[in-house]
Design a protein around this ligand. Structure first.
Ligand SMILES: Nc1ncnc2c1ncn2[C@@H]1O[C@H](COP(=O)(O)OP(=O)(O)OP(=O)(O)O)[C@@H](O)[C@H]1O
Ligand SMILES: CC(C)(CO)[C@@H](O)C(=O)[O-]
Ligand code: BAL
Length: 314
């Protein structure tokens, strides 16, 4: 039997772009993915806030590599994760262009709910992120991670995806989503995807469109500082932060919110081994975040030796 694709389902999609069907009502999409599961298909979800760029395309591309899997994305600018004075109203919403991108990448469904459809009675019951929700991004954006986890929990319950893809660019988000899925026994495998960057190192972000020409040049200091930190990994956390700080000092207009070394689970940094270096800063009125993996202590020396060995064609 040929497995049904969403466009052959009884719930009528709003319109079609290539193989893409767009659903606005949560119940319609739930019916479609349940039917797909019944015939043995897997489902992958890429949650987004739209304004799609090459970072999102990479998430979709990775999802498309899965066998026997129907891939789709949600586009929803979630009011619950924005604080007062943040850019909820200004956030770019180029829906038609986004649906074109999804069609081009071979996505088969887009979930584009309204706020009324997702929160018909408001949001009285929400997900509590635990202590990590108040650290790093949480210190600057109180309540952000509760709002983010609440909408992600809802999306996972509506779509029931076997796989959900998240970018490492929002590393704290990725760690918290993984933790929520474990702690609440949600039946989805969360897959993290490395950050896609511009050729000068700037992490792609929907918010980059806010930057003026001069700010765009300043913004490169975030990834440059992280690269300097990684380079200093063998000397330990103190030297990592000092090296990154020296690079940041060259762009005094960039205002640092935080620069921290943490463990890969965002617990305290280890003395030795795998860690994460995270940064958040304001460039003009735009707030940007970035992070990279790094090796600390002797592990960094061995890491360099290993990659030199590989470069030598061993
Ligand atoms: N440069 C990138 N590389 C890989 N994944 C990314 C990148 N940018 C965003 N993502 C991922 O895409 C998903 C949707 O993110 P979102 O729609 O908020 O885009 P964004 O570019 O991160 O926007 P924002 O400016 O709000 O941070 C998230 O999982 C996010 O981590
Ligand atoms: C995961 C997400 C779609 C939830 O609104 C958002 O935080 C994002 O785009 O990273
Ligand atoms: N990309 C993370 C979502 C947010 O900044 O609200």
């Amino acid at each position: 039997m040929t497995p049904p694709t969403p466009q052959r389902m009884s719930t009528a999609p709003k319109f079609t772009r290539g193989t893409l069907n767009t659903y606005r009502a949560p119940a319609d999409l739930t019916r479609v993915t349940a039917a797909l599961h019944k015939v043995g298909r897997k489902v992958a979800l890429v949650p987004t806030m739209g304004a799609l760029h090459a970072g999102h395309r990479e998430l979709l591309r990775r999802a498309k590599r899965l066998p026997n899997t129907v891939v789709g994305a949600s586009i929803f600018v979630n009011p619950l994760q924005f604080g007062e004075g943040e850019d909820f109203e200004a956030y770019p919403r180029p829906l038609e262009a986004d649906l074109d991108v999804l069609g081009e990448t071979g996505a088969e469904y887009a979930f584009v709910p309204s706020a009324e459809a997702l929160y018909p009675e408001g949001a009285a019951v929400t997900v509590h992120p635990g202590p990590l929700g108040d650290e790093l991004e949480g210190t600057v954006r109180p309540g952000h991670f509760s709002g983010m986890l609440t909408v992600v929990a809802k999306l996972l319950n509506i779509v029931r995806p076997d796989y959900a893809f998240f970018g490492e660019k929002d590393y704290q988000q990725l760690v918290l989503v993984k933790r929520m899925v474990r702690d609440l026994n949600l039946d989805t495998r969360v897959i993290g995807v490395p950050t896609v960057r511009e050729s000068d190192g700037l992490a792609l972000s929907s918010r980059n469109v806010y930057l003026t020409g001069e700010e765009r040049q300043d913004a490169v200091v975030l990834s440059a500082a992280l690269a300097a930190g990684v380079h200093a990994g063998r000397h330990g956390t103190g030297e990592v932060l000092a090296a990154a700080g020296r690079v940041l000092a060259a762009r005094p207009k960039v205002e640092l919110d935080y620069l921290q070394v943490r463990g890969t689970d965002l617990g305290p940094a280890p003395v030795e081994g795998e860690a994460r270096l995270l940064i958040a800063a304001r460039v003009g009125r735009t707030r940007l975040i970035d992070n990279v993996p790094l090796l600390l202590g002797q592990a960094a020396v061995q890491g360099v030796e290993r990659s030199e060995h590989q470069d030598a064609g061993a």
